[in-house]
Design a protein around this ligand. Sequence first.
Ligand code: FES
Ligand SMILES: [Fe+2]
Length: 388
Amino acid sequence: MESILPEGIVERLWDNLQTRSKSTSDQIHSRAVADYLSSDRFFAEKDKLFRKLPIVVAHSSQLPNPGDFIRHDRLGMPLVISRTRSGEVAAFRNICSHRAATVAPQWKGNCHHFICPYHHWTFDLDGTLKHVPDETSFDAGEFDALALKPIAVVEKFGLIFVRLEGDHEIDIDAFLGQVAPELEGLQLERHNFFADRDTPLDCNWKVMMEGSLEVYHFKFLHAQSAAGQFLPMSAIFDDYFPHQRHVMPRKDFPKRVEAADQPRRAVLPNYFIFPNTVLTFPHDHMTLTQVFPTDLGKCVFYNALLTLDIPGENKARDYWQRALDYTQAVNQEDFDAVESVQDSYRFMDAEERVIHGRYELGISRFHRACDQLLQGYGGPCGSRIGVG
Ligand code: FES
Ligand SMILES: [Fe+2]
C-alpha cells in the first residue's frame, strides 16, 4: 500500500532537473531578531495563532473506539479528546466544574465515563455532567450548565483539530483550502498511530518551525544522516497560503522516473499546515511533527510516526521503531542548530536581522502568513525585502 502523489509533481521535478531550474522566490528577505525576542509579539502569536486557529491535536487512529480518550496539554490548556458512543470526537477542558480538580488524570485510556477523583462528579464521554454524589447539596437545576467546558473540535482526513477560542463550528475545509484534496489523496485516515515523543527545546517556536520550512540546510547539517537520500537544492515549494507544500526528490529520482519504476518512492512530500504542523509522507508511513510555544524562548517539538499498513501485511515493530529512531536522530541535528540560534540572539541587537535567501522561500512565506494573521504585529520586526 502506497499513498498517492500530488498531481503533476513528478513532471515538475523532472522538468526542473532537466533545465537546472530551481524553486525560488524573486527576493531575499530578512527579519529583525526582535521578532523572536519580543514578549508582546509572543503573546500575540499565542493568542491569534494558537487560540483562534484550528490546531491538530491527534490522529484519528489514536482514538479508534468509543470511550477512547487522550489528554493534550501542549496548547497551554489542559484538554481531553474523546471518542463518544456515537463515534464522534468530543473535546473539553480537563478541569472539573465542581472545584476545578483534574478530571482525567491518565494521559490516555478507555472508559465509560470520566469520574473526577476528588468528589466523584461523573461526566459522560462528551463532557456532560451525569452524576453528583449527595446531589441534594447542590441545585439540581444547574447541572445541565455544569458540563465540562466544551472546546470546538473537528475530525477530517484522519486528523483531529481543536480551536480554543471562537463560538461557531470549525469550517475545516475553508481553513485547509487547496491542501484539502491533496491530503485526501495521501490517505491520512488509513495510517495507524505507532508512537510519539515530545522534546522540550530552548528556542522560540518560530526558530524551530523555520528549520522545517527549508531544505537549504539538508546537505550540510544532515550530511552524516539524511542528506545522502536526496538530490540537493532541488525541492519544489508551493504556497497554499497560509499553508505550504514542498516535495523533495530522492537521489534515485532520475533513474526511477526514466524507468517508470515506482515514482512514489522517488520523492518525499511535506505539507505545512499553518501555524505549526508538518506532515511528511515517505512511501509507507507518515510523520506528524509540530512545534508548540511554551514560553518566549522555549517550545516543545512533537513527533509522531504513523504507518500505512494493509491488515495482515504488517511489518515488524522493530522496522517502525528503526524508522522512528532514524527521524529522531535527524531531528536531534536540527535541535542543536536551532538552540544555538536562540542562544546567539542574546548577544545581538534587537534590530539586527537574519537573512532568508531565495531558496528559503518557505520561511519567508511562513512569516508573511504570521504577519498577516497577527494584523499589525509585523511593524518594525516584520519582513523586509532585500537585505541591508
Ligand atoms: S473537584 Fe471534581 S468532583 Fe469536586
Ligand atoms: Fe533539518
